[in-house]
Write a protein that binds this ligand. Structure first.
Ligand SMILES: C[S@@+](CC[C@H](N)C(=O)[O-])C[C@H]1O[C@@H](n2cnc3c(N)ncnc32)[C@H](O)[C@@H]1O
Length: 385
């Protein structure tokens, strides 16, 4: 069972428009127009805000070609997983430690015996968490305690402690399964809404859900292992600020979706997870590009920062790409305090400064989930000259 996801990015687009040679622009338009949910492999296991549609990621990977790809804003790792199914060397990075946990755990091709060891540890941990005693918790967890019923927090603590006692090679997978339920068992409205809502979970159902998610993860990892061609290199996924770093080896392609200006605050959306999983989000808080909170505080300053940040990460993409390599960038124009901001034009202009030349694009209007805002979204194809 997967959590209900607010998949704003996967709603239909209107007023589709293309530029560039049809053999490039049409696939871009098709990728932009993909709608609905797609749950194959490890995709639907863990929510991540503003995730790309797996079919869109796959279409873009096929269009850019090459044998290696970097997603510098990898989020939950959609591009990394799809790249592996195409046998590519996949590199993903993100400044948010939750993104990196999700992207790394879900892109691993594992031997069946590790998957089965994870299952048996999941069962054992869930059994003991049902009756875990009420012991003192650390400060980070106490801070998010108001979002949990007392017995739910006690079971979560039992799971957390149980995972620490599991063998190293299954710990990350079990943490990933724990991470996938932390919002669902809380009283937080959803992954993208922080409001507290009344929600009751009977005793023991948190442990039962954890065990169910471990079994689901096992099935999905088996599917992934079967879908990835033999000899595909293991994905490299790590925490990095893409304004300052690029992969040590150059790549043939980039497929990515940077934060749309003024749309999300990725770090605060993950506070339940960073608290329970003991992750440090300090660097992400400082380095996150285009957060809504910055635009609400001072629009002019935030827009200037977004442009400087964009120039910096495009510079890294320019350095990472082999000559002739292509970058497909999915971006939306923001609406910052009632005024539109032109993300597309800015990327086209700044890309040209680092030898990334626009060769095609597709654009369309997408309504958000509440249908209150219409945002112009684009997929831009750049070529490294
Ligand atoms: C639109 S999301 C990417 C979603 C991803 N394509 C997926 O399918 O899950 C944008 C990501 O950019 C990341 N980000 C923001 N600023 C960053 C920075 N300076 N360096 C690297 N990643 C950053 C955010 O943490 C967020 O995960």
């Amino acid at each position: 069972m997967s959590e209900k996801v607010r998949t704003a990015g996967w709603r239909p687009v209107e007023r589709l428009e293309m530029q560039g040679a049809p053999d490039l622009a049409e696939p871009l338009a098709e990728a932009l127009a993909v709608t609905g949910r797609e749950d194959r492999l490890t995709h639907g296991f863990h929510t991540y805000p503003a995730a790309l549609h797996p079919d869109a990621a796959k279409a873009l990977l096929e269009l850019v070609g090459g044998r290696s790809v970097w997603d510098p804003f990898c989020g939950g790792g959609t591009v990394v997983v799809e790249a592996m199914t195409l046998g590519r060397r996949a590199v993903g990075s993100d400044v948010n430690p939750v993104a990196v946990l999700v992207a790394h755990a879900r892109s691993q091709v594992l031997p069946l015996e590790i998957i089965s060891r994870m299952r048996s540890w999941g069962r054992r941990i869930a059994e003991s968490a049902k009756v875990y005693p009420d012991l003192p918790r650390d400060a980070a967890v106490r801070e998010v305690a108001p979002y949990y019923e007392e017995h739910v927090a006690r079971e979560l603590e039992g799971i957390r402690v149980g995972i620490k006692g599991a063998p190293q090679e299954v710990q990350e997978l079990l943490i990933f399964a724990l991470s996938s339920i932390l919002v669902k068992v809380s009283m937080r409205e959803s992954d993208t809404r922080q409001a507290k809502v009344a929600r009751h979970r009977p005793e023991e159902t948190t442990s039962i859900l954890f065990h169910k998610k471990v079994r689901e993860l096992g099935r999905r990892l088996e599917d992934l292992a079967a879908a990835v061609p033999p000899n595909t290199p293991a994905a490299e996924v790590k925490v990095a600020d893409c304004r300052r770093a690029h992969p040590s080896r150059t790549v043939d392609a980039v497929v990515t979706s940077p934060p749309y200006p003024a749309v999300y605050d990725y770090v605060p959306l993950q506070t339940l997870r960073t608290a329970w999983l003991g992750l440090d989000d300090g660097e992400a808080r400082r380095a996150e590009i285009g957060p809504r909170r910055a635009f609400s505080a001072d629009r002019a300053r935030a827009w200037k920062a977004w442009q400087e940040d964009t120039e910096a990460w495009l510079g890294q993409v320019g350095r990472a790409l082999n000559p002739g390599g292509r970058a497909a960038i999915v971006i939306g124009d923001g609406v910052a305090v009632d005024r539109p901001v032109d993300a597309l034009g800015t990327i086209e202009r700044l890309g040209a400064k680092v030898k990334l030349h626009p060769i095609a694009r597709a654009s369309g209007d997408r309504r958000d989930l509440g249908a209150k805002t219409v945002r112009r979204e684009h997929i831009l194809l750049l070529e490294r000259r």
